[in-house]
Write a protein that binds this ligand. Structure first.
Ligand code: ADP
Length: 266
């Protein structure tokens, strides 16, 4: 069994300005995102980070269950960006890029990003990201960015319905890693990219995000709540929407959907 998380070690040597300055850690929570929302409502500062060894009721988009056994890096961070409420969804790209860069820099993993929030290695999901915004009277109060990274457990120990779609750092590297190192590196890169997005906008972030997005240019299927679109993944626009080039050449702009790559893709 992997070592327990040590809160002092999480912070020692952490080179951030604000992210992770306040850390709350528990052996088990229902969901780090729910916990972070409670803290944000109580006035916790931007950068406050919560981490748990196990989550019992974590969710992805559309309330889908996210399995979070011991050994994973399950954390959420409180952000209070001074941006328009409509811009909050773009933080998913900041977080996805931060995870991709962290896994590549620390372990040399070949990471792929799939629109909008999947981080894949060996075509399997290694990390889930969920950004949830609190908007009151049209004003963005805070955003919780949750990152669930399959780290120190074998992917085949996950429940049957997900294990063939999932991978983990342990499965990929055949060794366990120090969660504290992973935590610090992720927070450092996340803070840097977040600051960049606030100060300079999302253009450079989306450009770098695209460099990890192997599905672009491929033949894909996108399932939305009322339609299945088939075509070529043309691009991500400046709003973070997916642009699909349909068979008749028209461009369809999609804000919410599930992408799968067609096997006969070039
Ligand atoms: P997506 O956006 O790809 O639908 P979500 O962010 O909604 O994914 O995450 C939930 C889905 O992820 C679940 O429906 C399940 O298929 C899968 N899943 C759940 N737990 C894990 C895990 N620990 N590792 C990889 N995949 C998982």
């Amino acid at each position: 069994m992997s070592a327990r998380i040590n809160i002092l070690e999480l912070q020692s040597g952490l080179q951030t300005k604000g992210f992770g300055r306040d850390i709350f850690a528990l052996p088990e929570v229902t969901s780090t995102n729910e916990w972070a929302k409670d803290l944000a409502r109580l006035g916790a500062d931007e950068g406050t980070t919560v981490i748990a060894e196990i989550q019992t009721e974590a969710h992805g988009r559309l309330n889908r269950k996210w399995f979070s056994p011991r050994g994973g890096l399950w954390l959420s961070i409180i952000l209070k960006p001074k941006i328009k409420a409509a811009e909050a969804s773009k933080l998913v790209f900041v977080a996805g890029l931060a995870v991709a860069k962290t896994l590549h820099e620390l372990y040399g993993l070949e990471v792929q990003l799939k629109w909008p929030n999947d981080v894949l290695v060996s075509a399997r999901k290694i990390c889930g990201i969920l950004a949830e915004a609190s908007i009151i009277d049209g004003k963005l109060e805070f955003v919780i960015v949750g990152v669930g990274l399959n780290a120190n457990f074998e992917a085949d120990t996950l429940p049957d319905q997900v294990k063939l779609l999932a991978t983990s750092i342990e499965t990929e590297l055949e060794e366990i890693v120090k969660l504290e190192d992973l935590f610090r590196k992720l927070l450092e890169i996340l803070e840097e990219l977040y600051d960049q997005s606030i100060n300079e906008g999302y253009e450079a972030i989306l450009k770098e995000w695209r460099s990890f997005a192997g599905f672009l240019g491929k033949h894909i299927e996108v399932v939305t709540d009322n339609h299945i679109w088939v075509g070529k993944a043309a691009d991500i626009d400046e709003e973070g929407a997916l642009l699909v080039e349909l068979e008749d050449g028209a461009l369809e702009r999609i804000l919410v959907g599930d992408v799968s790559i067609k096997s006969n893709s070039a």
